[in-house]
Write a protein that binds this ligand. Structure first.
Ligand SMILES: Cc1cc2nc3c(=O)[nH]c(=O)nc-3n(C[C@H](O)[C@H](O)[C@H](O)COP(=O)(O)OP(=O)(O)OC[C@H]3O[C@@H](n4cnc5c(N)ncnc54)[C@H](O)[C@@H]3O)c2cc1C
Length: 406
C-alpha cells in the first residue's frame, strides 16, 4: 500500500496501544494511519496476556465473541511455586466482568485481530515496514512524521507516539524521561511442552526464578537474572544454566535439545520509567512510550490498551470537529498518569521485596514470604490481587463516538 501524504491522525507503532488507538480513532470517523516498522506482528519478545479489563473494552465494542474465537487459553488463578511448594496467590474467577479470566493469546494473534477489526472502518489504514525516523515541528507544533527516505507524512490534527519503550520521543529527547531503576533482566527462550498443563506460572527455587508462559506446543520461558549479570551467567556455561533452570522448574523436560548452546537464549533488558510530560502541541505519547513497564504482573499490554481508550475518549470527539485536540492533550496525561504511577510503584515493591532477595540468594531455602502464605490460605484475600491484576486501577470504558455504521 502506498502511504498517504496527509491524514488527520498518525499513530506511530503498531503494538497494543497503537493498534487500539488506530481502531478507536477510525471508529470515531477520524482518518487515521498507523505506522509499524516491522513487516508483520510475528515478534517473539512479547507478552501474551489479555486481561479482563481489555476484554471488557472488546465487549463494549461488540468484539468479544470474535476475539474469543481466536486460539487462546483461559486462566483465572495466579500460582507460584516456592521451593517446590505450590501457592495460589490470585483469583480472578469472582470478578464481575464479561470475561473473568486472563486470555493467554500470542500477541501477534491479538494484534492481527485488532488489525482485522480496525480495517472494517474506511478511515483506518496501516503501513507496515514503515519506520518513523523523526517528528517534524513547525512554529512550535508537531505536524508530521518523517520517514527514513526523508519524506514526510502530514498529521493534520495529531501525532500519537505508541512506539514502545525505545520511542523516538525518548531517543530524540522530545519529551522528558524519569528512570525509576530496575534490578532485573530476563533470559528468554523456548522449551517444548510435553503434556497438557495450566497456562502461566512462576517458579522460584533458591536464588532462581523462571516464569513459564504456555504457548501451545512450547513453553515460553523468562528466566529472571540480576541487571547486568548476563555475561557472568554465560561465563559459567550453558550446562550450569540448564541446571539453574531445572532447579527452579523441575517439571521442564528436554532442555538439552532446546538449549544445546546459548544461541536460542535471548537477553531482554527490563526497564521501568515514565515521561514526566506526555505531550506537546500536536503530539501525545501513550503506552510504553509514556511509561515502560516491567513484566511483573503482566499488565503492560492492558495499561497500553487503557491509555489508547482514554486518548480516544478524550480526543476523538474534539478532533473530529475542531482543528486539533491540543487543548485536551493534558487531560489524557492527567487521567492515565495516576494508574501508571500506582502500578509502577507496585512493580517496584515486587522488585525490591520479592525479586531482588531471590536473585541475590537472600531467600535461599527459606519459607515463602508471609504475604504469599496468607494469600494461599485465605481465598477471600486472593481476590484482591485478582482484582488488581484483572481490572487494574481507574479502568476505562469506551466513550469515544462511533461515526461509521458497519
Ligand atoms: C520480557 C517482557 C515480558 C513482558 N510480558 C508481558 C506480559 O506477559 N503481559 C503484559 O501485559 N505485558 C508484558 N510486558 C510488557 C508489555 O510488553 C508492554 O508493556 C506492552 O507491549 C506495551 O505496549 P505498547 O503498544 O505501548 O508498546 P510495544 O508493544 O512495544 O509496541 C510498540 C510498537 O511500535 C513499533 N515501533 C517502534 N519504533 C517504531 C518506529 N520508529 N516506527 C514505527 N513503528 C515503530 C514496534 O515495532 C512495536 O510494534 C512484558 C515486557 C517485557 C520486557
Amino acid at each position: 500500500m502506498g502511504t498517504p501524504e496527509s491524514v488527520d491522525v498518525i499513530v506511530t507503532g503498531g503494538g497494543p496501544a497503537g493498534m487500539m488507538a488506530g481502531l478507536l480513532f477510525a471508529r470515531a470517523g477520524v482518518e487515521t494511519l498507523v505506522l509499524e516498522k516491522h513487516a508483520d506482528f510475528l515478534r517473539d519478545f512479547r507478552g501474551d496476556t489479555v486481561h479482563p479489563s481489555t476484554m471488557e473494552i472488546l465487549c463494549e465494542l461488540g468484539l468479544l465473541e470474535r476475539f474469543l474465537d481466536r486460539p487462546h487459553k483461559r486462566l483465572d488463578r495466579a500460582e507460584i511455586s516456592w521451593n517446590g511448594r505450590k501457592l495460589m496467590i490470585g483469583d480472578l474467577s469472582h470478578l464481575k466482568t464479561p470475561a473473568p479470566f486472563i486470555a493467554m493469546m500470542p500477541q501477534w494473534e491479538f494484534l492481527d485481530f485488532l488489525r482485522n477489526e480496525a480495517e472494517t472502518y474506511p478511515e483506518f489504514s496501516l503501513a507496515l515496514e514503515t519506520p518513523a525516523a523523526g517528528i517534524r515541528a513547525r512554529d512550535g507544533r508537531y505536524d508530521a512524521v518523517l520517514l527514513e527516505d526523508g519524506s514526510a507524512i502530514e498529521a493534520r490534527k495529531l501525532v500519537i507516539m505508541a512506539d514502545g519503550r525505545d520511542s523516538l520521543v525518548r531517543r530524540q529527547e522530545i519529551l522528558p524521561l524519569e528512570d525509576l531503576g530496575v534490578p532485573i533482566d530476563v533470559f528468554w527462550f523456548r522449551v517444548p511442552k510435553t503434556g497438557e498443563d495450566r497456562a502461566v506460572r512462576g517458579a522460584i527455587h533458591g536464588n532462581h526464578m523462571v516464569v513459564l508462559i504456555d504457548r501451545g506446543d512450547f513453553w515460553q520461558c523468562a528466566f529472571v537474572i540480576g541487571k547486568g549479570k548476563a555475561e557472568t551467567i554465560r561465563d559459567r556455561g550453558i550446562e550450569a544454566f540448564r541446571r539453574d533452570i531445572v532447579n527452579a522448574a523441575p517439571d521442564l523436560e528436554g532442555l538439552e535439545d532446546a538449549l544445546p548452546n546459548w544461541d536460542p537464549v535471548k537477553l531482554l533488558s527490563v526497564s521501568l520509567d515514565r515521561l514526566t510530560l506526555w505531550h506537546k502541541p500536536g503530539l501525545l505519547a501513550i503506552g510504553d512510550a509514556a511509561h515502560a513497564m516491567s513484566p511483573v504482573g503482566g499488565i503492560g499490554i492492558n495499561l497500553a490498551i487503557q491509555d489508547a481508550v482514554a486518548a480516544a475518549n478524550i480526543l476523538a470527539g474534539p478532533i473530529s470537529q475542531l482543528d486539533n485536540g491540543d487543548r485536551f492533550l493534558a487531560r489524557v496525561q492527567k487521567r492515565r498518569l495516576y494508574p501508571a504511577r500506582v502500578i509502577q510503584r507496585g512493580q517496584q515493591i515486587a522488585h525490591e521485596n520479592l525479586l531482588r532477595p531471590v536473585i541475590s540468594g537472600r531467600t535461599g531455602e527459606a519459607e515463602p514470604p508471609l504475604l504469599l502464605k496468607l494469600l494461599d490460605r485465605i481465598p477471600l484475600l486472593r481476590r484482591i490481587p485478582g482484582r488488581l491484576i484483572g481490572l487494574g486501577i481507574r479502568r476505562e470504558h469506551v466513550r469515544a463516538p462511533s461515526a461509521s455504521a458497519r
